[in-house]
Write a protein that binds this ligand. Structure first.
Ligand SMILES: [Zn+2]
Length: 308
């Protein structure tokens, strides 16, 4: 495998402070790791799925990039409810402008992408949160899209994979946001009672109302290394208990040690581990799913809720 890359030019990673960046290098070619301060060539970093080659820090990743990373054929992903747009029920100041800003930034109308696709030959329903849209917060549309995704999986008897990345409920929608916690939790439960698998992946950060509802309900809960995972913020906890809490209290590693997370999986192994879990839990693979159908190789690019 490695021989393939042998003939290619190797890009250099310049250690922070040892080589000043040249003025003629366009902005955006280099990026500094937040954790170890190494300066990394952006293309190398992208190839490495946003993982620092020196210290393995996981850079933020967009929902679309995660789709490309996880799916066998990203082109065959059938997105659902892409046109759902939240209202402004409380007439919250600047909410409309912020949604507009983040639509331009992310290309999404809200903080989640849902749909159906194939991971390691297994048809799944997938939901991926976008932290770049209002901090990945869950309002009416995020909750509704998630609940519909679980119901679609229930109808098609498919497993669900959710990748969370969220600060929690969306304050601009007030109580309507909080209601999404119950709505999504109930949808997960319906899916679960039918004996279907739900894999919950926690990216950085997964906190508050999202951790307190569907994100912690997975049959298997997987976190990315170093992700912040927790319910109340540090300041809230410190005010409540009246003392300082350890700095690593809400890292995935601490939460794992306390038994709330099943696995910590680096991003470059995530697809393989999800595939292994889908096989272990006996989820139908594409060939089995299509057995009996007249066209075994037919792609599922037409009907999102095709019989499986
Ligand atoms: Zn680093």
């Amino acid at each position: 495998m490695r021989n393939i890359f042998r003939g290619r030019p190797k890009y250099v990673t310049v250690k922070a402070g040892t080589a000043p960046l040249k003025k003629d290098v366009p902005d955006g070619w280099w990026v500094q790791c937040q954790q170890c301060k190494t300066v990394l060539y952006r293309k190398d970093l992208e190839r490495n799925l946003g993982i620092c080659e020196k210290c393995r820090y996981h850079f933020p990743m967009s929902a679309r990039e995660r789709l490309r990373m996880l799916l066998d054929d990203p082109e065959a992903f059938v997105e659902t409810d892409a046109d759902l747009v939240p209202g402004n029920p409380l007439q919250f100041p600047e909410y409309e402008a912020k949604k507009e800003r983040d639509l331009k930034k992310t290309g999404l109308r809200d903080a989640i992408i849902t749909g159906s696709g194939v991971i390691e030959q297994h048809p799944v329903v997938l939901a991926i949160m976008e932290f770049g849209f209002l901090g990945g917060s869950m309002g009416s549309v995020v909750g509704e899209k998630l609940a519909r995704a679980f119901d679609m999986a229930l109808d098609g008897r498919l497993p669900v994979v959710v990748v969370s990345s969220s600060g929690g409920a969306r304050m601009q929608e007030g109580i309507i946001s909080l209601m999404q916690m119950q709505k999504t939790a109930a949808a997960v439960e319906r899916h679960s009672r039918a004996g279907l698998l739900y894999i919950s992946v926690l990216a950085n950060p997964t906190t508050a109302g999202v951790w307190g509802s569907f994100a912690s309900q997975g049959d298997v809960v997987i976190a990315e290394p170093g992700a912040t995972v927790g319910f109340a913020g540090r300041q809230v906890i410190e005010a409540a208990v009246g003392k300082r809490v350890p700095p690593d209290l809400q890292t995935a590693e601490t939460v794992f040690q306390n038994g709330f997370i099943d696995l910590i999986v680096p991003r470059d192994q995530l697809k393989g581990v999800i595939g292994q879990l889908l096989r272990l839990y006996g989820c139908p693979a594409r060939k089995e799913a299509a057995a009996g159908a007249p066209e075994p190789e037919a792609k599922t690019d037409k009907e999102p809720e095709a019989d499986k």
